[in-house]
Design a protein around this ligand. Structure first.
Ligand SMILES: Cc1ncc(C[n+]2csc(CCOP(=O)(O)OP(=O)(O)O)c2C)c(N)n1
Ligand SMILES: [Mg+2]
Length: 283
């Protein structure tokens, strides 16, 4: 079970969760799998091992560790993965999670995505006197790895290793992925206010897709033509998914989740005051 932040939508896409469902949630339309009850990009899918994203950063770590501990106590084989950004490691939740993971040898992979920035704050602030974010794990006696997060194959190998450790009940692993947030933090953020415009171009680890592409071309397993064709296919798939999602409604028009949905899915037995409100709403 992944306990992701808003940066891990890729886990859902890679796990085969439908793009149309993701977009429908953004549009809050009639096909939104969460029926308009969550913020647009705060996805949730138990069947895809994707715990509901919480906007409260740092919570993912303690939840992942607790969930992994429960799995081990039950004698289950399931493992957990927690996700956190560089800035959020300064939260006390991060440290509490590491204490419990270490003490109880929880079967969990604790991922730190160090993309250099926490909105406008450079990662050096959260890191403080620690040499690296990975080194935080060592202080708790947890094996920790630091990997070039823009090297697809290195990331894959490190993740496999950490997952295998958890599966064999050898305890937690901390993994720091060193990467760079090229885009703005959000649509309301303007990075030119706090970092040089050319900084991302100068980032020495490069673009992960370009690197994998060049590596595979060098090995004779891929070509520029196939890459261009594949990119066009992916773009067409995304556009088709968007068209399909829009058919079920957009923010401005079309189908919406039922008002009735607002009252359901929270309480096992609906309390009387909500039943009254539902009657008043006539749904
Ligand atoms: C507990 C908490 N405090 C503050 C915020 C506001 N906030 C949203 S994103 C963000 C920066 C997070 O930076 P980082 O942890 O590096 O993650 P990144 O966005 O870079 O992946 C902050 C402070 C929040 N969502 N939750
Ligand atoms: Mg960050």
């Amino acid at each position: 079970m992944n306990f992701p932040t808003y940066r891990q939508q890729g886990l859902l896409v890679a796990g085969g969760y439908p793009l149309v469902d993701m977009m429908s949630q953004i549009f809050s339309n009639e096909r939104d799998p969460l029926h308009g009850r969550q913020l647009p990009v705060m996805y949730s899918s138990k069947s895809h091992g994707f715990f509901s994203i919480s906007g409260n950063l740092g919570t993912q770590y303690i939840q992942a560790v607790g969930w992994a501990m429960a799995s081990a106590i039950k004698g289950d084989t399931k493992i957990a993965a927690g996700w956190i950004g560089d800035g959020s490691t300064a939260e006390s939740d991060f440290h509490a999670a590491l204490v419990f993971a270490s003490t109880y040898k929880a079967p969990v992979v604790l991922n730190i995505v160090n993309n250099q920035w926490a909105i406008s704050t450079f990662q050096g602030i959260a890191k403080g006197g620690s040499g690296t974010f990975a080194a935080r794990g060592h202080g708790f006696g947890i094996p920790a790895l630091r990997v070039d997060g823009n090297d697809y194959l290195a990331v894959y190998a490190v993740a496999q290793w950490a997952i295998e450790r958890a599966r064999r009940n050898l305890g937690p692993t901390v993994v720091e992925y060193v990467t760079y947030r090229v885009a703005a933090h959000s649509t309301s953020d303007d990075p030119s206010a706090y970092r040089p415009k050319e900084e991302s171009d100068a980032w020495p680890l490069g673009d992960p897709i370009e690197r994998l592409k060049n590596y595979l071309i060098g090995k004779g397993a891929w070509s520029e033509e196939r890459h261009a064709q594949h990119a066009a296919e992916v773009e067409a798939e995304v556009l088709a998914a968007q068209k399909e999602a829009e058919r079920h409604g957009t923010l401005h028009s079309g189908g919406k989740p039922s008002v009735r949905d607002m009252f359901e899915g929270v309480y096992k037995d609906m309390p009387p005051h909500l039943r009254r409100q539902r009657q008043q709403a006539g749904v």
